[in-house]
Design a protein around this ligand. Structure first.
Ligand SMILES: Nc1ncnc2c1ncn2[C@@H]1O[C@H](COP(=O)(O)OP(=O)(O)OP(=O)(O)O)[C@@H](O)[C@H]1O
Ligand SMILES: [Mg+2]
Length: 447
């Protein structure tokens, strides 16, 4: 079997598992409604849940979390409107005595053509009208229940009716179907962007001490399961890890965060902090909340660039805008604190960060402007695939110009364009020199 067929076989198995579960839900609904309309004489027999083999996303989820029949009913009910809403149509039957829907079946009042299940619907399926059994089933909706934490079932209370709508985000459904959810797009509702790079870990030019600190973070990511689970340390400290990257612009902070993800196979998302200070305060918290939820669920590395806004001693509030901003910041700090994956905050200035805040990081990595030998390596790496004229002395360039890694990358780009503009076959010293001058001018310095 080649890779493509293997992948589609897995997807097929996942989809089959879900359709088995939904067919079972259909039988449960039929049995429950039959029992409800027949009167209470016949005992209610739950149709047996299908066996879900390990190896499918659903099967693994059920096995891992130990979900019982009731929990599986709730999950199937949340998934049904996304994959086969007709299964819920029987709930639309009208109570002819009063000519409206049966309130016992729950459902969301805003429902259009398709029935939208609510907590009430789930309780009815599980426990019928047996009050004690219904109360017993309520623990399924506890925020700590695997249905909420692992399966991602959501409850939304919608005023004015305060009906608790039962749902599950689409990306969860997709994940159940193919095991590999599409990555979310950047949008105002999702102010985070995935960072990628074609550079490799070996391209990073950093002093040995800094490399060692980064290696430590890598080792944490690679070995945390053993430390937390096998060595039982999860009770002492959680899965979260907070790192601070501080140092001048262009010294490799963003690149390093990106490469940590590349090395460990984890996605790195850069959160756009400009969205944090929004006047639509509730919206921002919801959007940020979504990022943190997804980060926890998918084990993303979260990267907050220019995080200084978060550290500043929070000033006395002048305007209501400031108050909102402060509230956002407090919310964000609390979520960072609780976050169960790696969070990296980047800042240009160590002095911006008060000591109390500093202590909360598991590691603080200082990036500095590169030394002469480091600059030589940066020049060599950046130019390694570029045809360079013989008169170019990288040693001299490294010695004479105090430039950051980012500046060197910019200069090489600028010089390459100049070389081609004058129809040169190689990048010459003059191209590099004029590029350096341009870069210095940009930085407000002179060479
Ligand atoms: N230490 C380094 N080793 C290798 N390349 C570097 C290094 N520093 C910078 N670069 C080059 O410069 C580019 C920009 O660096 P990066 O964005 O990581 O800097 P930064 O520290 O995040 O800057 P800022 O504070 O402005 O956000 C990198 O993609 C890389 O090409
Ligand atoms: Mg950066």
């Amino acid at each position: 079997m080649n890779d493509a067929t293997a992948a589609s076989a897995v997807t097929r198995a996942n989809a089959d598992a879900i359709s088995r579960e939904i067919s079972w839900l259909e039988k449960v609904i039929e049995a429950r409604l039959g029992h409800f309309f027949d009167g209470t004489t016949t005992p209610f027999a739950v149709p047996p849940a299908p066996t879900q083999e390990r190896g499918t996303v659903l099967g693994d989820l059920i096995a891992r979390t130990g979900m019982n029949t009731s929990a599986r009913m709730v999950l199937a009910l949340a998934v049904a409107p996304h994959v086969n809403s007709a299964v819920l149509d029987p709930f639309y039957v009208k109570n002819s005595a009063i000519d409206r829907a049966f309130s016992q079946f729950g459902g969301h009042p805003d429902a259009g053509a398709a029935f939208i299940p609510s907590v009430e619907t789930a309780l009815f399926l599980i426990a019928g009208t047996d009050t004690a059994a219904r109360i017993g089933a309520m623990q399924l909706f506890d925020p700590d229940h695997p249905l909420r934490l692992s399966a991602g079932v959501t409850l939304t209370q919608t005023p004015p009716s305060q009906v608790s709508r039962l749902d599950i985000p689409v990306h969860r459904v997709v994940a159940l179907c193919d095991g590999k959810p599409p990555r979310p797009d950047f949008s105002p509702n999702f102010p985070a962007r995935r960072l990628t790079t074609k550079l490799r870990w070996d391209d990073l030019i950093l002093p040995a001490g800094v490399r060692d600190q980064l290696q430590h973070i890598l080792s944490w990511l690679e070995n945390r399961d053993q430390i937390l689970d096998d060595w039982g340390m999860e009770r002492v400290f959680g899965r979260g890890y907070k790192a601070l990257f501080y140092g001048p612009p262009g010294t490799g902070k963003t690149l390093t965060a990106t490469l940590l993800g590349q090395r460990t196979g984890l996605d790195v998302y850069r959160v756009d902090l400009s969205m944090v200070v929004s006047k639509y305060i509730g919206e921002t918290e919801k959007n940020l909340g979504l990022i943190f939820d997804m980060a926890a669920e998918r084990d993303w590395i979260l990267f907050f660039d220019e995080a200084d806004a978060l550290f500043g001693t929070r000033t006395a509030t002048a305007s209501s805008n400031d108050r909102h901003a402060n509230q956002e910041v407090s919310y964000l700090l609390q979520r960072i604190e609780e976050c169960q994956s790696l969070v990296i905050l980047a800042s240009n200035l160590r002095s911006n960060i008060d000591d109390a805040f500093f202590r909360r990081f598991q590691s603080a990595v200082g990036f500095a402007r590169p030394t002469v030998p480091e600059r030589l390596q940066l020049w060599q790496n950046t130019l390694s695939t570029v045809p360079v004229a013989e008169d170019v002395s990288l040693r001299r360039l490294a010695r004479d110009h105090d430039l950051s890694g980012a500046a060197i990358a910019n200069i090489v780009r600028h010089a390459a364009v100049s070389a081609l503009r004058r129809e040169g076959e190689t990048v010459a010293t003059e191209d590099i020199k004029s590029a350096i001058t341009a870069e210095m001018r940009k930085e407000g310095r002179t060479s």
